[in-house]
Structure formats: C-alpha cells, structure tokens
Design a protein around this ligand. Structure first.
Ligand code: HEM
Length: 387
C-alpha cells in the first residue's frame, strides 16, 4: 500500500532499493536508497519534475468542473516546472527569501515565540493542557512569510484551511464526494489569489514585471502559500513531539552541550514533514539494476533516504550532530531543491531554542495524528500537560 505505513514499510517490508506500488490503478516506482533518491532528484533531464503537483488520486470530472469554474490552473511554475522559465521564476522567489531578509526576521520571531511560550507555560502551571500545534506552530510560518512576501489580505485561518485542503486534494487517497468538497474550497481561495496576482505588490508585481502570465503568478503564490508555510508548521509540530520523547537531547540543549541547529538537522532527517516527492521518467532508463520505462511515476522516499544506514551510523536514533545527520534529503536536491530551506531552518532554530523547555515535566495527552497522505505528514493537535 502506498499511503498508510510510510513510517513503517511498504507491504510489510522495507523495499531494498526500489519497488513498484500500485495506487488506484496507477503504478509508482518507490525509491528508498539515499544514493538513488539523490540520483533521481538531481537529474531533471531523465527524471522530470512535471508530475510534482499532479493529483495522486485522479480528480473526477465533477470536481474538475468546480475547479474550472474558479479558473483554477497550475501551469509549470516552480516545483512542477522542468522548462526554460524555471530558473528565472525561481530566482525571483529566491530573492524574496534571500538569507539576509530571512535573518532580519529572527529578532521579531524570537520575541513572538517568547511571548507565546510564556503564555503556554502559564497555562501549564495552572494545571491545564496546551496544544502546541494550535498555540505555537500552526500560524508562525505564515506570519513570517507575510513579512517577507506581500500576500492577499486573508485571515490566517482561511489560508490554513485552503492550504490543508490543497494538500489533501492533490496528495491524499480520496473518494469523489470529498474531492468535490475540497475542489470547492481550493477553487474559492484560488479566485482570491487570482485577484491578488493581478494587482498585488511585492513578489506578484515582480513576476508580472518580468512578463510572466497571470497563471504563472497565481501558480507561484499558490505554491508558496501551501509549501511555504504548511510544511514548516508541520515540521515544528513533529519536531516538538519528537523532542518530548528525547529527554537526553533536551538536557543537552539546556546544558549547552547540544547545538540547536544540530537538533533541527537531526529533526529534518528523522521527522521530515514531506515524506516523498515525485518525478516522472522522461526516457527509458535504469535505477540501480532496475529498468524504468519512460512515463513511470517515480516516488522518491525522502524520509527513508534520511534513514539509509549507508549514510548515517545510528539511522533510527535522534543523535544531534552524528556523522551523516545533515545528509538528509528533506529539502530535496538539485535544481528544484527547496528555496525556503533557510527560512524553515531559521524558524525551527528559534522554536527549538525558545520552546523546548516547555516539554520538561509534561506528559503527552494527545500525540499529533497524521492522516493518510502520499507526501505530507499534516499532524493536527499536539496536546501536553504538566506531569
Ligand atoms: C521544513 C520545511 C520545508 C520542507 C521540508 C520543504 C521541502 C521541500 C521539498 C522536498 C521540495 C522539493 C525539492 C525537489 O524537488 O528537489 C521543496 C520545494 C520548494 N519549497 Fe520547500 N520545504 C519547506 C519549507 C519551505 C518554505 C518555508 C518555503 C518558502 C517560503 C518553501 C518553498 C519551496 C519552493 C518555492 C519550492 C520549489 C523550488 C523549485 O522547484 O525550484 N519551502 N520544498
């Protein structure tokens, strides 16, 4: 099976290098070895990115009509763009997320996280439970993104609902009734994005000024609003949950013997919010010993590659700074490697530095629950209370 059990195995066993798995009649070649995953991601000529945003459960006509009614289109823009326009579009987005601009947000973010952590600690002290997803991780990345990139003036909750609906519509196993409901939600926000793409400043204006079509501007904003904030919210939640079960790492952080950025990298290796990413074979080729026919959907299992014993000595253990820890592929690799990696890392280091102490002397009331999804973990609530 392709979805449930990503953390465990495919059909009860770890495939050794690559294996073909069927989902709703569509075969996918699932690649697990670090070297092969890297090979796929860094060779966009043989393994094109065109299918990166294709719905893994084909969208039925009724839901397509709903999307079309909102003029929904996702032309090749960023992650799904193997064409000549990719470097320029990527360059414009990368400028907006330049490391200097990201670094300039650190002080503000630290203040905000401190304020929230103080509030959460007070609630815990009163003996009440707190949800570290809702109370800390859910909206932080969106608030930071909005300071870097001009975004449509929409309430945080609306953007979060839209982003999660998009992740479900394109990457979850779904029935047609659910697809219809999700198409309506995604389509509605797409209309908001289309209006903003035509008139908005900042990134939208820069893409327009560079001569990109309205569809491309909408596509870039769509991807940023989904990938650029939801992924990091998910990672912060998964990492905090993991740290709640790693008292020695927390003690090391307190004592200053464990570095915050090593914790973040080991977190990305062991708890990546994006479990897999897709490419499509452009020609008949081979992967390791395996023949791969042109047109094959290749699922690069990023999470599994991070636990490849040929890369890291203690693959399943959370050991910040261990050799190989930073060789994870959580941000992909090659010409489509995540443009927001610096931003996600900055946000995670602030949260680890400021919020890990909240996890001391608490018990987990409810661990995050992750729905069935090919690619995104999408944890929901993470509730703790004083032990
Ligand atoms: C922990 C958080 C994040 C993770 C794990 C993550 C992971 C990824 C992965 C796996 C890819 C595909 C890479 C490939 O095809 O090789 C990607 C692409 C991308 N990510 Fe992220 N991402 C995160 C946060 C962000 C943030 C904060 C932003 C921006 C605000 C962002 C923007 C992008 C963009 C624009 C692309 C497409 C790049 C291209 O195709 O040229 N991501 N990300």
């Amino acid at each position: 099976m392709l979805f449930r059990g990503w953390g465990e195995a495919v059909d009860g066993q770890w495939p050794d290098t690559a294996t073909v798995v069927d989902h709703v009649g569509v075969p996918h070649l699932v690649v697990t070895r670090h070297a092969l995953v890297r090979q796929v991601l860094t060779d966009p000529v043989t393994f094109r990115p065109d299918n990166a945003l294709d719905a893994v459960t084909p969208i039925p006509v009724a839901a397509l009509r709903v999307l079309a009614g909102h003029r929904f289109r996702l032309p090749p823009t960023l992650a799904n763009n193997g064409g000549a326009s990719h470097p320029e579009i990527r360059g414009i987005v990368a400028d907006a997320l330049h490391p200097h601009r990201v670094a300039a947000q650190r002080r503000w973010l630290t203040g905000l996280v401190r304020e929230r952590v103080a509030g959460l600690a007070a609630t815990l002290d009163e003996g009440r439970p707190v949800d570290l997803y809702a109370g800390l991780a859910a909206d932080l990345p969106l608030l930071v993104l909005a300071r870097l990139v001009e975004l449509p003036d929409a309430p945080v909750g609306v953007v979060k609902d839209f982003a999660r609906a998009a992740l479900e519509l394109f990457w979850a196993p779904l029935d047609s009734a659910r697809q219809l409901a999700l198409a309506a939600e995604v389509g509605r926000f797409h209309t908001v994005l289309r209006e903003f793409a035509a008139t908005g400043g900042g990134l939208a204006a820069r893409l327009r000024d560079a001569g990109h079509s309205p569809d491309v501007v909408v596509g870039a904003l769509f991807f940023l609003l989904v990938a650029g904030q939801e992924t990091t919210s998910q990672f912060l939640t998964l990492l905090l949950h993991r740290l709640s079960g790693e008292p020695a790492v927390r003690a090391g952080l307190r004592a200053g013997t464990v570095a915050v950025d090593d914790v973040v990298e080991e977190g990305l290796r062991l708890e990546p919010p994006i479990v897999t990413w897709r490419r499509v074979a452009a020609v008949d080729t081979t992967l390791g010993e395996l023949p791969v026919a042109a047109g094959t959907s290749v699922v690069a299992w990023l999470a599994r590659a991070g636990r490849d014993p040929s890369v890291v000595g203690a693959p399943g253990e959370f050991r910040p700074g261990q050799p190989g820890s930073r060789r994870h592929l959580a941000f992909g690799a090659g010409p489509h490697r995540c443009v927001g990696a610096q931003l996600a890392r900055m946000e995670a280091t602030v949260v680890v530095a400021e919020a890990t102490a909240l996890l001391d002397d608490v018990t987990v009331v409810r661990p995050p629950w992750c729905p069935d999804n090919l690619t995104f973990r999408m944890p929901d609530a993470f509730v703790v209370r004083r032990a």
